[in-house]
Design a protein. Structure first.
Length: 439
């Protein structure tokens, strides 16, 4: 295997600081220089990796210290071999994670940076402050041994005078400034209730990424940034990926069902499974030659009317489930249920493999890591398996008459009511599967 490229983590003190714009702009600007960048995303994010792929041409993979064992993290990072540089976009603030450590940590981006030896580029939203921003940067630089701040990107700078004051503070603190981004309109990625609109839905994604690349190239010292990357440290501990749900897997894949973790699908393929996509929104049934069907999460609530009218899809899915397993995650789980009530209170008939009825008319956020001890088997995994995943949705359960699939707790060990359910060969969960807990 070729040597691993050096890497950096693109992070910030808090969400909304501008790190995604910086990340996408860097992927585009460096790519135009002929630098092959392998993107990663810290934490359980379904949206950003799609934008990373669009900007870099390389599949972006999640690195999650709470859910993933060290061997899995190392194996995923070793996949960067052949690239020139690694850029890992952080989630939330640099040190933000859960209170109780999981498989290898709390899920904080700082843990990924320390594990792999990647210095951090800290994106600072400088609105409303000048020299005081240096105190923030200095605190981040000194908080945790093993986490190195390569430098800062000053974002939303109001004027040349503002920039001069910010740079003076950073100079006093000994913090390198890698660039200063002026306040500007544009390069705003549209948002939806789960975060960003998916890359595949954005009609002007190429133009948006090009604009971000021009913006970053014009205001960051790209040579200094690349030079600040640290050597990647990744071990070679053996790791067993999640087993595929079948040898030939029918995978729902369209605008309603797109939240499938790249590392999960890659693991299935590495184990020899064949993945056959189909589109419920195009009224396609799962491949009749498949021996398992998987419906990932997404936005079925935005397409509930079309799914209800997709008679061939719903009949084909019911027929498939008579003889072979079907599993759904979050949005896929809801589409397998009896009905989905949209935000306007209109009930839409779903596939009816399960008795689940969910509603977006009574919105309530469900967010967090999940540990699931399977009470019943699901495709590829036996009862008694312990799984780690993440839940993020706004739907409310109105009815769930079927047997629970798992005993589910959150990151702190508290019981979670969303247990998933099982009926015959059909099963589903609200959490998205990330890894099997092998301890």
């Amino acid at each position: 295997m070729s040597a691993l490229p050096p890497g950096l983590v693109i992070s910030a003190p808090a969400s909304g600081s501008g790190k995604t714009t910086v990340m996408l702009g860097l992927l585009d600007a460096l790519g135009r220089r002929g630098i092959a960048v392998q993107p990663f995303k810290c934490g359980p994010d379904y949206i950003d990796p799609g934008f990373h792929l669009a900007a870099s041409g390389r599949a972006s993979v999640n690195l999650d210290g709470w859910a993933m064992a060290g061997g899995q993290l190392d194996a995923l990072v070793r996949g960067a071999a052949g690239a020139d540089l690694v850029l890992a976009e952080g989630s939330m603030g640099l040190f933000d994670g859960v209170a109780v450590p999981g498989a290898t940590g709390t899920g904080a981006s700082a843990e990924i940076a320390a594990r792999f030896g990647w210095p951090v580029v800290l994106v600072l939203d400088t609105r409303g402050q000048a020299q005081s921003a240096a105190a923030v940067a200095l605190g981040f630089a000194r908080l945790r041994p093993g986490v190195t701040i390569a430098g800062v990107v000053l974002n939303r700078v109001a004027s040349p005078r503002h920039e001069a004051l910010l740079r003076a503070g950073m100079s006093e603190a000994g913090i390198p400034v890698l660039g200063a981004l002026p306040r500007r309109a544009g390069i705003a990625l549209p948002e939806r209730h789960l975060g960003l609109v998916q890359a595949g839905e954005h009609g002007e994604i190429a133009a948006l990424i090009r604009e971000a690349g021009d913006f970053i190239a014009g205001h960051l010292d790209l040579d200094a940034l690349v030079a600040a990357a640290g050597p990647t440290r990744a071990g070679d501990t053996p790791h067993r990926a999640l087993p595929p749900p079948g040898q030939r897997v029918a995978l729902a894949q369209d605008a309603a069902f797109s939240f499938a973790y790249p590392h999960v699908l890659a693991g299935w393929r590495a184990a020899g499974a064949e993945i056959v996509p189909f589109s419920p929104l195009a009224d396609e049934a799962p491949d009749p030659a498949a021996d398992a069907c998987w419906l990932p999460g997404g936005y079925p609530e935005l397409h509930a009317g079309r799914l209800a009218a997709a008679g061939r899809f719903r009949a084909g899915l019911r027929h498939f489930a008579e003889t072979r397993p079907v599993h759904g995650e979050c949005g896929g789980y809801m589409a397998m249920g009896a009905a989905l009530i949209d935000a306007e209170g209109v009930a839409h008939e779903m596939a009816g493999l399960l008795g689940l009825v969910t509603s977006y008319a009574a919105r309530r956020m469900h967010l967090g890591y999940r540990v699931a001890d399977l009470l019943n088997p699901m495709p590829g995994l036996a009862a008694g398996s312990v799984l780690r995943g993440h839940e993020f949705h706004y739907s409310t359960v109105i009815e769930q008459p079927d047997a629970p699939l798992a005993r589910v707790t959150d990151a702190e060990g508290r019981t979670v009511g969303e247990t998933g359910s099982v009926r015959g060969r059909a099963s589903g969960t609200f959490f998205h599967l990330i890894a099997e807990d092998m301890r």
